[in-house]
Structures are given as structure tokens and as C-alpha cells.
Design a protein around this ligand. Structure first.
Ligand SMILES: NC(=O)C1=CN([C@@H]2O[C@H](COP(=O)(O)OP(=O)(O)OC[C@H]3O[C@@H](n4cnc5c(N)ncnc54)[C@H](OP(=O)(O)O)[C@@H]3O)[C@@H](O)[C@H]2O)C=CC1
Ligand SMILES: CC(=O)C(=O)O
Ligand SMILES: [Mg+2]
Length: 760
């Protein structure tokens, strides 16, 4: 099933119900606040609150710059709106803007590790708004104004910039202008145009429109070559209706009065207005190889499909993530603030904006890594008409854009804390990336290239139904829900999932014509293990995990995901009754623990209770293989309570022996041990053992026994705040993944994709 159509639109889709559920499920909304210091003991309380807190209070009173050391200020940005121009939806008020502002706040965190909180200010009075924000400076390192209508936004931003000594940045103005400028630099380059002769028409003379044309003029496009339009048409010299000082500054002498007139022979269309504002006739009227940036959200002025139907020579960009060339301020604001915060900038000035636009434009011309291919619907993008701007999931953005912004801040004299060592800064930035997304993106991308049929065995359960729908809508393949059709449809109705879409099927084992065949298959495997034929018939008819596993074993499906209603070990026994171990492999569980920029694989977290030395060596090989499948070069630590012989003991002896076995097997990956987890993960501690053969901190931890593996990963998750994915079941001849009981639909989709990808 193709995941993209000819315009490159991804197969990702969702219903309104799904969008509401996404926001509602679990804790309503998209973010929460969690403490960074322990709050467990009386001492913690004394330090965090009274009396200990008085010490940093006095230090900050003496030297305000210490607030960056002792409080969240240095990494905290407020996203502030009054909801007067929510995306392209109009003035829907402060409260309705909250989902967008929460969204911006989480994007700050996700892409640039900037902590952020949304503040919705319920006033449309400019002075009242300014007064609400101006006194908040001590709380934040920066203010990101969002979705405030023009011309109020111009007054608000410029007053707050005067009143506050931290960066105040209206994202819809400058964020949009920066990204549009970056895309335009590249689109002009690709079409061989010169700034001096390029004719631009901008539709929308609000926050985004005015800022976009100011920046393109600053880049070298002559004033008279730019025509600005609004709801009244062309803004020409002498027009009086619907004008303000910001529009007047861009009025030109022209006989054009409508957008259509203005676009005759134009090279570039910048749309920051509303859905559908650009018609097919207008596109036809543009110059050869036109550049069309239809940036209105959530729906563009014209869709890429509509343009493609009229002419093939256009470069088209939209503000959306489901088309190629996403010109959206998400590419800018997280990284601009990252750079600004890291140098304690007093403001975000033009030099920093231009540096950001140039860094983005240049990055798009470089070869892209796997993660970008993953985010780009599986096709590796190459600089050209369908790839003029990096994608938001590009992992290089975090170490490319903030250094450029920080450097510009230092050179233009607004950095209060210059960066001394840029190379180290870049490395620190890379470590801020969220590794979960990268790993999953890669897996999702590979699956999208070869979509798979996945059995969602517990088909009557709501999370499974939601996961199946999401699996299909993400272009990962077909989903087969096992269960009674009436029950599934009723549960789907309650869950708000539309099952009448291609790619989802329902299969009731009792009604299937394969019933007899599957029972015979199972009987063939279990007859010498105490099972009668009728036992097998009953299992096939009644146990959906048997049915699903046999489907996979028999090639009627490619993979299976299950587990939300049964214990792991019970399901594993079922699966193993139907599917063999892959020749040359061993069935084990590998968990991925992801924490603070680091991914570590832990094994065996699911199967072998107390492994022998031989089995530990097998586990190491299996886990190293999985690490490679997931894109990591394995460095395996064989863990124990002792390190290289001290303290000695029988249990560590088993691990030492496993290392010798790996020596004898001449495996092709780095390994060493036995060692403690602290030595394995901390290079400073590892330095005490200069003979250790690991070239860096371990990324595969082989635990001495199942109990230590299981206990440590669960503790990491509950106490350490790590994300733990898995255990991934590896070593089976056919891929099956078992989720923990009670898993959420998003976890199930991840495991379904991992099953489809087949890590063995
Ligand atoms: N892709 C991206 O990153 C971004 C996209 N945008 C999108 O840009 C659009 C505008 O946002 P913003 O500038 O903040 O909003 P504003 O409210 O500040 O400005 C809207 C402007 O659009 C004009 N307009 C509305 N309808 C039409 C129409 N049919 N034809 C011509 N002009 C029209 C208005 O004209 P008038 O002055 O006559 O009322 C006004 O000038 C939104 O759709 C928003 O989603 C915004 C920021 C970032
Ligand atoms: C992307 C954005 O900020 C907007 O559409 O308003
Ligand atoms: Mg906006």
C-alpha cells in the first residue's frame, strides 16, 4: 500500500474524533510539569523551600544574573497569546488558543529541549495585554508571542521589546518570515533567479505577511517588485480602505487591483492569508517555474495537488507536515530561542534572524541522514524542488541552527554570556535530542517502505482498535483485528474509530474457513506434548493469541502484536507453541531504555531466568544484533555486581566465563566484563580500568539474570524517568511483539511497527 501519492502527500490521516482523543487521553492536554530536584525528605524540603531557599533568594537579589544558575529562568520560555488570530482560524479567543499554545510549548521541548509554558491572556485590549506581560520578565528567559492579530501584534511586540530585557519574539511575524526566507533563498537558487529582478506577491498583510515582505526586501528584493494584498485586494499607493501604517509602508504604484492582476507574470506567491485564497487561474497566470508558498494553516491557500493539476513547473510549499516543503515556523522558534537562551541574549535581533535563515537554507543543500529520510515518508530527500527546506525531524537542526544564532548574537553584541568553545557547545546540543523519536522514526520509515499486515490479536479491546486504526492511517500497512465483528464495531464506535477504511479488516476465528487447517497445524506441533486434536481446535477457536500467532506462522499475516489483557509469560508460551525459534538465534527480550539523550539496550528482560555462561554469551550476541538492526554500533557490557574480579564470587564467575566464550567465538562487536553498571555507563569510572576494551560507554547491557534485568529496567522507568520500550521479543522465526498489560494505544502502535520491522 503506497504511503505517498504523486504530490508526495503522506498517507497520514486522522478523524476529528481521533484528534480530540489524542488531546484528551491520559492527562488532558499536552504537557505537565515535573520537578528536577528530589522532594522526598525533610532535608529536601528544607533546601527546596524554607529555610534553604532563602540562600539563592539573597544571592539573586545581590546579583540578578545568578537567577540563570539557581532557577528555571535560563531555559524557560513563555508562549503567550490572546487568541485573536489562531492559525488561520481567526479570532476565537484566548481559551480556544490553548491547544495551539500548549503545542508550541511542547515543540520547544521536543525539538530544542527548551522548557516552555503557555499563558493565555484573556484581553483584546492592547494596553491591558502589554501590562499583563511586561511584569513577567523575571519568570522567563524569553517571551514567544503567538497568534495575536495584526496590527495589534506590531504594537504589542515593539512595546514589550522596549519594556523587557529578555528576548520578545512574535513567532508569526519573525518565525514565519525566517523560514519563508530560507525556503525562498533555495527556491530562487533552484530556478536560477536573481533577487533584484524577482517579482513577489504576498497575500495577507497581517503579522506574517508584513514580516515576510520586510525580510525578503532586507534580503535584496526591491521594494517596487513586491505587491502586498489583503482582503480588499492590492495595497496600492493612495488606497484608503482597510489601511494601517504597516500596510502603507509597503504600498506601491501599480495598476493591479486584485490578487489575480498582481499575480500576472509574478515569480513568487507568498500566502499567509486563508484557505483557498489562490485559485487555479491565478496559478496559470504566474511566470514560468513559479514559486508558490501557500502557508495558511491548517489549510493552505492552494494544495500541492491543485497546483500539480494545472502546471508541473511550480515549486510548492505549505505550512503542513503532510506535504513536502513544510514552510512552518516550527523550524525556527525552538532553535532561535535555544541559541538566544544559551548566550543569555537580551533580544533576538535581525542578525540572529538572518543567521537562522541562512543556516536553514544551507542545511537543505546537504546530504540527509537516515532520520530525515524517515521523516520524509521513507524517500531520501535530495536538494531540489521537492526539498527546499529541512524537515522538522532533521536531527542536525539542533546542532546547526542554535550555534548560528548564538554566534550572530555574540557578534552583534547582545550576548550576555558568550560561548567560549563552539565545538563543545555543538556536542552539548546534540545530546539534547530526544532519542526515542529518532529510533522510532527510523523504524516507521522502513516499515512504510514495505508496509506489513499486522495482526492486532485482542481485537475487541479499545486500545487495540485505536492502535490498528492509527497503524493504518500512518501508512504502515494493513491491520487485522481478531474478534467478533459486532463487538469490535461497538467498541470502535465507543472509541470514535471509523473502521470503514481501506486497510483494516476484522477476522472472527470461529467463522473462518481456515479453522480446520489451523487446528491441524497446531495439533502437528503439540500432539506429542499432551494435546488432543479437540484441545487444539478449542485453542484455535477461543484463544485469539493462538489464532493470530498461527496466522503469522502460516504466512497469512506478517507480524502480530498482543498483550494488553494477558501476562507476558502466558502469551509468550502461546506464541512459542505456534512459532519456532529462528535457526541460529535464541529467544530473548531486549528493552530499550532511553534517558537524557542516551539509548541503552538491556537484555534479557523477558525469557531466560538464570542464564548459564553459554546463554549469557548468546544473549550478548542476540542483543548486539538487535542494536545493529536499530542503527546502533554495539558496545556490550557483561554486567555483574563485581568489576573485573572484585569482589569475587560464583555469580560473577558465570559472567566472566561468558566473556571468555565470546572471545572464543570471535564475535564482531565490542564487549567486555564482568563489570558494574556504573563502570559500564560512565567513562570517568571506566578510566580506572585502562585495559577495558570498550571504546565508549556501553550501549548494550547484558544482565546476569532475568530478575536483575527486569528489576533494573522497571526501576529506571519508575524512578529514573527513563522511557523504556519493550521488552522487544527477539529470536522468533516470525515477528510477534507482546506489549505490557494495560499498554496505551501509542505504545501498541510502536510495538506493531517494531513487529513489522522485525528486529531479529
Ligand atoms: N506556515 C507558517 O509557519 C505560518 C502560517 N501562518 C498563517 O498565515 C495566516 C495569517 O496569519 P497572521 O498573519 O498571524 O494573521 P493576521 O490576522 O495577523 O493577518 C491575516 C491577514 O490575512 C488577510 N486575509 C484574510 N483573508 C484573506 C483573503 N481571503 N485574501 C487576502 N487576504 C486575506 C487579512 O486581511 P485584512 O488585513 O484585510 O484583514 C490580514 O491581512 C494564517 O493562516 C496562519 O495560519 C501564520 C504564521 C506562521
Ligand atoms: C504555524 C503558526 O504559527 C500559525 O499558523 O499561526
Ligand atoms: Mg501562529
Amino acid at each position: 500500500m503506497p504511503a505517498t501519492d504523486k504530490t508526495g502527500k503522506s498517507g497520514v490521516s486522522f478523524t476529528e474524533q481521533e484528534a480530540l482523543q489524542f488531546h484528551q487521553q491520559g492527562r488532558p492536554g499536552k504537557l505537565e510539569i515535573s520537578p528536577t530536584k528530589p522532594m522526598a525528605t525533610q532535608r529536601d524540603l528544607s533546601l527546596a523551600y524554607s529555610p534553604g531557599v532563602a540562600v539563592p533568594v539573597k544571592a539573586i537579589a545581590e546579583d540578578p544574573s545568578r537567577a540563570f544558575d539557581y532557577t528555571t529562568r535560563g531555559n524557560l520560555v513563555a508562549v503567550i497569546s490572546n487568541g485573536t488570530a489562531i492559525l488561520g482560524l481567526g479570532n476565537l479567543g484566548a481559551l480556544a488558543s490553548k491547544p495551539v499554545m500548549e503545542g508550541k510549548a511542547v515543540l520547544f521541548k521536543r525539538f530544542a529541549d527548551v522548557d516552555s509554558i503557555d499563558l493565555e491572556v484573556d484581553t483584546q485590549d492592547v494596553d491591558a495585554f502589554i501590562n499583563s506581560v511586561r511584569y513577567l520578565g523575571p519568570s522567563f528567559g524569553g517571551i514567544n508571542l503567538e497568534d495575536i492579530k495584526a496590527p495589534d501584534c506590531f504594537i504589542i511586540e515593539s512595546r514589550l521589546r522596549e519594556l523587557m530585557d529578555i528576548p520578545v519574539f512574535h513567532d508569526d511575524q519573525h518565525g514565519t518570515a525566517i523560514i519563508a526566507a530560507a525556503g525562498m533563498i533555495n527556491a530562487l537558487h533552484l530556478t536560477g533567479r536573481d533577487m533584484k529582478t524577482t517579482k513577489v506577491v504576498c497575500n495577507g498583510a497581517g503579522a506574517a505577511g508584513i514580516a515576510c515582505i520586510e525580510l525578503v526586501k532586507a534580503m535584496g528584493i526591491p521594494h517596487e517588485n513586491v505587491i502586498l494584498c489583503d482582503t480588499k485586494g492590492v495595497i496600492y499607493k493612495g488606497r484608503e480602505e482597510g489601511m494601517n501604517q504597516w500596510k502603507s509602508a509597503h504600498a506601491v504604484e501599480t495598476s493591479a487591483r486584485s490578487l489575480y492582476d498582481a499575480l500576472k507574470g509574478a515569480d513568487v506567491f507568498l500566502g499567509v492569508s486563508v484557505k483557498g485564497a489562490l485559485t487555479e487561474d491565478m496559478v496559470r497566470a504566474m511566470a514560468p517555474n513559479p514559486i508558490i508558498f501557500a502557508m495558511a494553516n491548517p489549510d493552505p491557500e492552494i494544495t500541492p495537488e491543485e497546483v500539480a493539476a494545472i502546471r508541473e513547473d511550480a515549486i510548492v510549499a505549505t505550512g503542513r507536515s503532510d506535504y513536502p516543503n513544510q514552510v512552518n515556523n516550527v523550524l525556527g522558534f525552538p532553535y532561535i530561542f535555544r541559541g538566544a537562551l544559551d548566550v543569555h541574549a537580551t533580544t533576538i535581533n535581525d542578525a540572529m534572524k538572518v543567521a537562522c535563515a541562512q543556516a536553514l537554507a544551507l542545511l537543505a543543500r546537504e546530504e540527509v541522514p537516515d532520520e530525515v529520510a524517515a521523516a520524509y515518508r521513507g524517500n531520501r530527500p535530495k536538494f531540489g524542488p521537492d526539498y527546499i527546506i529541512p524537515v522538522p525531524f532533521d536531527p542536525r537542526l539542533i546542532h546547526t541552527v542554535p550555534p548560528a544564532v548564538a554566534q550572530a548574537a555574540m557578534e552583534s553584541g547582545v550576548a550576555r554570556k558568550p560561548i567560549v568553545d563552539m565545538a563543545t557547545y555543538r556536542n552539548q546540543l546534540s545530546a539534547r535530542r530526544d532519542p526515542v523519536a529518532g529510533t522510532l522514526q527510523r523504524i516507521f520509515s522502513k516499515v512504510r517502505q514495505q508496509p506489513k499486515r499486522v495482526v492486532f490479536a485482542e481485537g475487541e479491546e479499545e486500545p487495540m482498535i485505536r492502535a490498528a486504526a492509527s497503524y493504518v492511517s500512518q501508512g504502515l500497512g494493513q491491520a487485522i483485528l481478531i474478534g467478533r465483528e459486532d463487538e469490535i464495531r461497538e467498541a470502535a464506535g465507543t472509541a470514535g474509530v471509523d473502521l470503514n477504511r481501506p486497510g483494516i479488516s476484522i477476522l472472527n476465528a470461529r467463522l473462518s474457513t481456515k479453522n480446520q487447517d489451523y487446528a491441524e497445524f497446531l495439533y502437528g506441533r503439540l500432539q506429542r506434548r499432551g494435546y488432543l486434536f479437540r484441545d487444539c481446535q478449542r485453542l484455535v477457536n477461543n484463544d485469539r493469541n493462538y489464532w493470530g500467532a498461527i496466522m503469522v506462522a502460516r504466512g497469512d499475516a506478517d507480524a502480530m502484536v498482543t498483550g494488553i489483557t494477558r501476562n507476558y509469560s502466558v502469551v509468550l508460551d502461546t506464541v512459542h507453541n505456534c512459532i519456532d525459534t529462528k535457526p541460529g538465534h535464541r529467544v530473548i527480550g531486549v528493552s530499550l531504555a532511553l534517558s537524557r539523550g542516551r539509548t541503552v539496550l538491556v537484555a534479557d528482560t523477558a525469557v531466560i531466568d538464570m542464564p548459564t555462561s553459554e546463554e549469557l554469551a548468546d544473549i550478548a550476541e542476540e542483543a548486539a544484533h538487535v542494536a545493529r538492526r536499530l542503527g546502533y554500533e554495539p558496545r556490550v557490557a557483561m554486567l555483574a555486581y563485581s568489576t573485573f574480579g572484585h569482589p569475587s564470587g560464583e555469580r560473577s564467575e558465570r559472567v566472566r566465563e561468558a566473556v571468555k566464550i565470546l572471545d572464543r567465538r570471535r564475535v564482531d562487536f565490542e564487549y567486555d566484563g564482568e563489570m558494574g553498571a556504573d563502570i559500564a555507563l560512565n567513562m570517568d569510572k571506566m578510566a580506572a580500568y585502562p585495559f577495558c576494551r570498550l571504546s565508549g560507554p556501553a550501549n548494550v547491557l547484558v544482565m546476569p539474570a532475568f530478575h536483575s534485568a527486569s528489576i533494573s529496567t522497571k526501576m529506571l522507568q519508575e524512578l529514573g524517568g527513563s522511557t523504556v520500550i519493550g521488552p522487544l521479543l527477539v529470536g522468533l522465526d516470525k515477528p510477534v511483539q507482546i506489549v505490557p498489560m494495560g499498554a496505551k494505544d501509542s505504545d501498541i502502535v510502536n510495538m506493531a511497527a517494531i513487529a513489522a520491522y522485525n528486529v531479529t
